[in-house]
Design a protein around this ligand. Structure first.
Ligand code: ASP
Length: 437
């Protein structure tokens, strides 16, 4: 028999009705044995996520402002769920302890983690599953990095003796026992960690959309859902800004080769997207997805005989590194080299970086340009397929878009083009309609 780990996002656990839908999903399949819960999300577009309320409450307490009203509103979110479900659960003592922690400065991560902690307690009670506190089985090192091996060891032994459990997402503990959270959206990572420790056959990530879309719906009308995507393809797309799944959630399951299925709590019958280590399935389209981001800048250097100067590229990149800035790409010509980086990063250090590069390599000419958008066209269907680049460039030319930069990964899984920011949306549209509709 298989074993499934499920993670429900905040919108899937925002109120009692959603809890009921979640319970129906969990109970529909006996293989669904471990459930990771987020904190309650928004119930409507004007509502607030409990995690945001907790952070806000923390800031107010730190400023020595009265937190009673905000804290009561947080309590009310949980009490409404408990009452709506009609379960016999009294959290008064837990609330008092949390309020005390706000007033006695127990740390920002601790208070933020209580959103997941309380929701998981309620869900465990409602499902009649065991509650396992993530503090006891998800660990970080002294330097704050996630301790994958210790976690896997301890968590596996907890799960081995617990047939069915609910585990709060988003946090774990430091070696001194204090709570630390992952970055925002981190319950996705917890789900992946639990899937690995449980040797799950699948990690179902339940959210409020029926999978990954081939393009950003804010730019392309009704983009198609991606049926199947490999971890590698997803990395290429999430790097460029896909938001359904926390990008670090891929690593634990990728290591254990466990597929992820993105599912919609409000439409459980939809197939959703499968994220798999590898697949023989013939992709429906040559491209799996197209994603992009604005807000990039370039530094371009020119120097005669650059290509025969040993260590030239290294010294340029080192000068950038020494200013604490990371770069995205560095396309080059014979006597020119361009380094692409986020404008927000360059902005802070523009003068210093330019001076460091000049000192390091003494270029004939150096200049920066802003307002670049990068677009990643990703697809396993592109590997060894002839003519994909031609189709992309023709589509862009036909749409009147000038290409400022081109970069194709040697794995042939992606082609990245840089265009002016004002061409960003027309370029996305042209590429999408060339390959999809
Ligand atoms: N509740 C946390 C957040 O809002 C973590 C999560 O939902 O994954 O970021």
């Amino acid at each position: 028999m298989g074993l499934k780990v499920l993670k429900f996002g905040g919108s899937s656990l925002a109120d009692a009705d959603h809890f009921r839908a979640v319970a129906e999903i969990v109970k529909a399949d006996p293989e669904r044995r471990y459930v990771v819960a987020s904190a309650p999300g928004k119930r409507s577009s004007t509502d607030e996520k409990v995690t945001d309320m907790l952070y806000n409450c923390y800031e107010m307490a730190a400023d020595e402002r009265d937190i009673s009203e905000v804290f009561d509103a947080i309590k009310q979110r949980y009490d409404d769920i408990i009452e709506g479900l009609g379960i016999d659960l009294d959290l008064t003592e837990v609330y008092d302890k949390i309020k005390h922690s706000f007033l006695h400065n127990s740390g920002r991560d601790y208070v933020a983690s209580r959103g997941e902690y309380l929701n998981a307690m309620i869900l465990a009670k409602y499902l009649d599953y065991t509650f396992i506190d993530a503090r006891k089985c998800i660990f970080f090192n002294d330097d704050g990095a996630f301790d994958a091996e210790k976690t896997n060891q301890v968590l596996s032994s907890y799960l081995a003796k617990t047939p069915k459990a609910v585990i709060p997402g988003f946090y774990g503990s430091m070696p001194n026992g204090t709570i630390k959270t992952f970055s925002r959206g981190g319950s996705d990572i917890t789900g992946s960690i639990v899937a690995r420790a449980a040797s799950a056959t699948i990690y179902e990530n339940w959210t409020d959309v029926s999978g990954f879309l081939m393009a950003d719906p804010r730019c392309i009308k009704d983009p198609a859902v991606i049926n199947t995507i490999t971890y590698k393809e997803l990395r290429e797309l999430s790097y460029m800004g896909a938001t359904v799944l926390h990008e670090d959630a891929i690593f634990p399951v990728r290591y254990a080769k466990i597929p992820i299925n993105i599912k919609n709590t409000n439409r459980p019958e939809d197939r959703g997207t499968f994220i798999v280590p590898d697949t023989d399935e013939i992709p429906e389209h040559v491209i799996t997805g197209v994603a992009g981001r604005t807000g990039f800048s370039t530094i371009t250097l020119e120097k005669d005989m650059m290509n025969s100067e040993l260590g030239f590229g290294r010294r340029v990149l080192q000068a950038i590194e020494e200013n604490g800035v990371s770069f995205e790409h560095f396309p080059s010509g014979i006597d020119t080299m361009t380094v692409v980086m986020a404008t927000a990063d360059l902005q802070k250090k523009r003068g210093d970086i330019m001076a460091s590069i000049c000192k390091a390599v003494n270029p004939d000419n150096i200049f920066t340009e802003d307002n670049l958008a990068l677009i990643a066209i990703v697809g396993r269907g592109m590997v060894k397929a002839k003519g994909t680049a031609a189709r992309i460039f023709t589509a862009l030319a036909d749409a009147g878009v000038n290409i400022r930069m081109i970069d194709q990964g040697s794995c042939e899984l992606n082609i990245i083009v840089g265009v002016d920011e004002h061409d960003y949306i027309p370029a996305l549209k042209a590429i999408y309609s060339e390959f999809v509709k």
